[in-house]
Design a protein around this ligand. Structure first.
Ligand code: PMP
Length: 301
């Protein structure tokens, strides 16, 4: 359950009970998927509850709105303050925040005159669980970058994600991996991909994917931990001989991948650089030191 009779959300300028909140059934967001949103996590850290990379998430929300002409009247600071207030009013310490910018009643395919900000939160475990994932390469590709603003986090894009995840699960897999329209590895329905081969990490370049904030965090961690990482356009054949792979995203965090279609990772997860990244990420979001992981990595070289 995402809310109960006590849950407080922020909607249209005020805090109110989730169950008392009404939404216009004639809205453009509901009918056409024309809205923008974010997925953010807050963690209980030694310095209290901290929203991880709030500025980056609210920058992306502004960017998403700008790219598709959805006005957003709130500043980053205002949205961050509201987010902390939502957490506080619900007494959440480790939680997932969902800001959504939605549009007024409009059955035309024109830009909206008015938009509203909703921010809700709920307590959520790792979205894809913590066991190693078995993936299928989806029969769906990611939307073509000339068909939409692929780097924006837009509601309607998630029809593609839902189709891909549903197809994967219906075929007995844990999750899907989507290619781009040219057949290059792209991303999961709600997470970015990394794979490890010959001691180097690889991840699809920006262009046909959502530029994930967790992906950016992993790239920072690679630098800090002295792990070589390459971004580029890779075909599924590049997965041949991969030692390890993982999905990363705010909701999924860092989760290991056991296999992708017929490509089975050649190493046990434990002891890979991917696992090191997973451990470092877990500590970083919780505001804890991970400098000892560096030492282990250097010692292992
Ligand atoms: N790709 C897609 C399609 C996503 O929905 C998400 C989740 N927002 C990601 C990647 C990962 O992005 P982030 O790390 O910013 O959560």
């Amino acid at each position: 359950m995402y809310y109960n009779s006590d849950t407080i959300i922020f909607n249209d300028g005020k805090f109110s009970k989730a169950e008392d909140t009404l939404m216009d059934l004639y809205g453009q967001t509901l009918h056409y998927g024309y809205g923008a949103f974010e997925g953010i996590r807050a963690y209980n850290t030694p310095e209290g509850v901290k929203i991880f990379k709030a500025a980056e998430h609210y920058d992306r929300l502004h960017n998403s709105c700008n790219l598709v002409n959805i006005p957003l009247a709130y500043t980053n600071d205002e949205m961050t303050e509201i987010s902390y207030e939502v957490l506080h009013r619900n007494n959440f310490k480790d939680a997932y925040l969902r800001p959504l910018v939605y549009c007024n009643a409009n059955m035309n395919l024109s830009r909206p005159r008015e938009t509203y900000l909703m921010i809700c939160a709920w307590e959520w475990g790792a979205y894809l669980g913590d066991k190693m994932l078995r993936l299928i390469i989806s029969s769906y590709c990611r939307p073509h970058p000339r068909s939409t603003k692929i780097e924006a986090k837009i509601c309607g894009h998630y029809v593609n994600s839902i189709l891909a995840t549903t197809e994967a699960k219906d075929n007995g897999y844990d999750e899907a991996l989507l290619l781009d329209s040219d057949g290059f590895l792209a991303e999961g329905p709600g997470a970015n991909l990394f794979f490890e081969k010959n001691g180097v990490l690889y991840t699809p370049a920006i262009g046909n994917i959502l530029p994930g904030i967790t992906r950016a965090t992993v790239l920072e961690l690679c630098q800090e931990l002295n792990i070589e990482v390459h971004t580029g356009f890779f075909t599924p054949d590049h997965l041949n001989g991969a030692e390890a792979a993982f999905f990363c995203g705010t909701a999924a965090e860092v989760v290991g991948i056991a296999s992708i279609d017929r490509y089975i990772m050649t190493k046990d997860w434990s002891g890979t650089m991917s696992e090191l990244i997973q451990q470092a990420y877990r500590l970083k979001v919780k505001g804890q030191s991970y400098s000892h992981l560096k030492a282990i990595h250097y010692a292992a070289q």
